[in-house]
Design a protein around this ligand. Sequence first.
Ligand SMILES: Nc1ncnc2c1ncn2[C@@H]1O[C@H](COP(=O)(O)OP(=O)(O)OP(=O)(O)O)[C@@H](O)[C@H]1O
Ligand SMILES: [Mg+2]
Length: 374
Amino acid sequence: MAGVTLKNVCKSYDSVQVINDVSLEIADGEFCVFVGPSGCGKSTLLRMIAGLEDITTGDMKIGGRRVNELAPSERNVSMVFQSYALYPHMDVAQNMAFGLKLAGVSKEDIQSRVAGIASMLQIDRFLKRKPRALSGGQRQRVAIGRALVRDPEVFLFDEPLSNLDAALRTQTRVEIARLHKEYAKASTIYVTHDQVEAMTLADKIVLLNTGADVAKYGSVAQIGSPLELYERPGSVFVAGFLGSPKMNFLDGTVDAVTAAGVQIKTRDGFLLRANVQAKDVAIGDKVQLGVRPEHVEHATTATGNNVMQRTIQWVEHLGDCTYAYLEGDRSVPMIVRLHASSRVAAGEVMSIHVPMGNAHVFREDGRALPRLWG
Ligand SMILES: Nc1ncnc2c1ncn2[C@@H]1O[C@H](COP(=O)(O)OP(=O)(O)OP(=O)(O)O)[C@@H](O)[C@H]1O
Ligand SMILES: [Mg+2]
């Protein structure tokens, strides 16, 4: 087993910089998820670790060994591609055995390893079938099995579940988590744009920036445990990326500053306090107040601390809960998660309470003010 270290890693194609200054440490056995919007460079970064793409500048180590110039086969990593990349003319057993055969492993050894992994992944019934005679989910398991039999030091997964339907995606996600915990405790790097996969699988999330932020702040938006990123997002981008439905953002200005936090005046004149440090802000500064749909409460009174009113535009009953879509800012509705039995209707004015311990504040440049607690 081996940890992975990246130090000031950059990647450019001619004049286009795709990855800007990534430094991170993935501990031995850790499950690390790279997540971010389409085109932010997740696959590129993973392929650089696999050795399939050159590193323009910076240093990369696997198990303490510098691998910048090493070929993929010398890095002891196994990669599972989004497209599965199975050999169509080989059956399942041959597909799984191929890498071992190249590595010169004995026939008996190959057979027993393939049989063991195939039975664990419940694909032992298909060993003699060609990939075209398998469903997407079964092919995915073969691709995972092929990576597992090689018993690598590092597993690399590039969006392995994106071709599966919703039910199978959830099932395979749980399987991958279980495999990592119980069987292959190798360091794992998993790429996805799905924030639920990132939240549920990761020990550590690396959220990547996109667009102009890459040149401005570097490729890494934030690194941390799922809950760290969820509860303490460092920027409006991170806050909006993790969580579904998304965090609500209300435009406002700083109205007052106290030891317990910052008081914001919304564009419609409500005063909302947030338990955040008034770091680098002054009264009158434009800010955004962020609060997640699950933290907003249906208020029983029309007035009181951190109570405001907005008109309901739409209501969705999901069975387990109800979402009220209130008039929001910048043409984005403000979403409130309510009890399933809530009887609210479009057109009504709703009183809501924004708990100050759950309120985030972001400066105009997108940086978060540090939260005092919660
Ligand atoms: N050979 C290349 N030449 C120039 N630009 C490239 C090349 N390969 C990739 N890119 C660019 O690099 C950026 C990152 O691509 P990458 O495939 O790593 O993104 P991603 O985060 O994996 O996206 P997705 O979620 O859509 O898979 C993209 O903007 C892409 O257009
Ligand atoms: Mg990709």
